[in-house]
Design a protein around this ligand. Structure first.
Ligand code: HGY
Ligand code: MN
Ligand code: MN
Length: 418
């Protein structure tokens, strides 16, 4: 770690107020009633957020390039621009009831690193890049992290561009519509990558720890399920003869929750999306679409959860006399071990400032999880208030936000000139 120490022996630090103000200005785009944001991937609001970042990055002297999945790369030149860059960044898209920090904190934290290097006239051997990864959330277009997945070669470009939303609009069409269908080919060498993010869970705040040194991320499996029963009248249809698709789905929702508890303390299991057809109050639902999200830090346990889910769905379908018209795993990645050298760079950054820190496993997925497949990668976490995220009330303190930015600055500096 070649820390840059100023004359009074204080480590080089970011401008925390400038970072906080940039976050608050960005949060005006797609602002929601309870203080959050809604900037669904590739909507006009996502475009507006991207445009603001691009303007700021250009003002900071960066050159901008966009790849075929709409990933935006803001590049600060180094002494030798033939060298693979040190990269940071995250996502600008949000959940429908998202917060002011999820994703965008990693993007604007990276911009603040560049602004700080500019302020102090610091040159790096390698170029430094800040990236907006398209559609990390997987909310409008499933699965999550699809654009960093294409960048890492996990998905093909055709697969990525063909992801469609509930209205049938594809990512390719929407990228073109908002003006971010780039021509830069997918994938390129990266020397080292770091992602700054709020923890989105309660551990750091509960323990009074400022920095999470992210060593691993849990694996995930996402499914889409369709149960088909038979619509019929809610009045005259005798209970024993019903084929109620929503009853079946309701029992699977309970099953999924039980699977999460069975593999405690680390398992997570969620049904987050349900679409009922015909969704009329006096019609027995004939068809239900729903999603399942299961996660665990150990791959073999994640596989056991998968087996329990599949067996349970078959049993419940039989018991409720509905047909399993679809049971498709649409997303899977193994638990991630981040690069030990990058993890050490993050820990050294925290130690340089005397920030309290601890190793932590990411419960959430991040673009860094795919980058880790193609470059040495790690993450920096800071607490969030009450551990709440994917909620408009998501919040963090300016002190946490500044601390994360300082650690990111030094983790990146440590790799930008070697
Ligand atoms: O689902 C996740 O973990 C991330 O928010 N996409
Ligand atoms: Mn995120
Ligand atoms: Mn998120």
């Amino acid at each position: 770690m070649n820390a840059v120490l100023k004359p009074q022996e204080q480590p080089l630090a970011i401008n925390g107020k400038r970072l906080w103000d940039s976050l608050m200005q960005m949060a005006k785009i797609g602002a929601t009633a309870k203080g959050g944001v809604c900037r669904l991937a590739l909507t006009d609001l996502d475009r507006d957020g991207r445009d603001l970042f691009v303007r700021w990055a250009k003002e900071a002297g960066c050159t901008i390039s966009v790849d075929q999945m709409g990933n935006v790369f803001a590049r600060r030149a180094g002494r030798d621009n033939s060298l693979p860059p040190v990269v940071t960044g995250s996502h600008a898209d949000s959940q429908p009831t998202g917060g002011r920090f999820d994703g965008i904190y990693g993007v604007l934290g990276g911009l603040e690193v560049i602004r700080t290097l500019n302020d102090h006239g610091i040159e790096t051997d390698r170029p430094v890049e800040v990236v907006i990864w398209t559609n990390e959330e997987g909310s409008r277009f499933a699965p999550a992290m699809v654009a960093s997945g294409v960048f890492a070669g996990v998905f093909t470009l055709d697969y990525g561009l063909s992801r469609a939303d509930v209205d049938g609009k594809t990512m390719g069409e929407e990228l073109a519509r908002i003006g971010y269908a780039g021509d830069q080919p997918m994938g390129k060498p990266i020397h080292a990558a770091f992602e700054l993010h709020i923890e989105q869970g309660p551990i750091l705040e509960n323990e009074g720890v400022t920095i999470g040194v992210v060593t691993h991320a849990q694996g995930q499996r996402w499914y889409e399920v369709v149960f088909t029963g038979q619509e019929s009248h809610a009045g005259p249809t005798p209970m024993p003869s019903r084929r109620d698709a929503l009853l079946g789905a309701a029992r699977v929702i309970d099953l999924v929750n039980k699977i999460g508890h069975t593999y405690a303390p680390f398992a997570c299991a969620t049904v987050g999306m349900v679409q009922v057809y015909p969704n009329s109050r006096n019609v027995i639902p004939g068809r239900v679409f729903f999603t399942v999200d299961i996660r665990h830090p150990e791959d073999e346990t994640l596989l056991k959860m998968d087996a329990d889910l599949r067996a349970g769905i078959a049993r419940i379908a039989e018991e409720t006399r509905v047909e399993v018209s679809k049971l498709e795993q649409i997303f899977y990645y193994k638990p991630v071990s981040f690069d030990p050298d990058c993890v050490a760079s993050v820990r050294a950054g925290a130690e340089l400032f005397g920030y309290s820190h601890r190793n932590i496993v990411s419960g959430a997925g991040h673009d860094a999880c795919y980058l880790a497949q193609v470059a040495p990668t790690s993450m920096v976490f800071v607490p969030c208030v009450g551990g709440i995220s994917h909620n408009e009330i998501e919040d963090a303190t300016p002190e946490w936000i500044e601390a994360g930015g300082n650690v990111l600055l030094h983790a990146m500096l440590g790799r930008a000139s070697r």
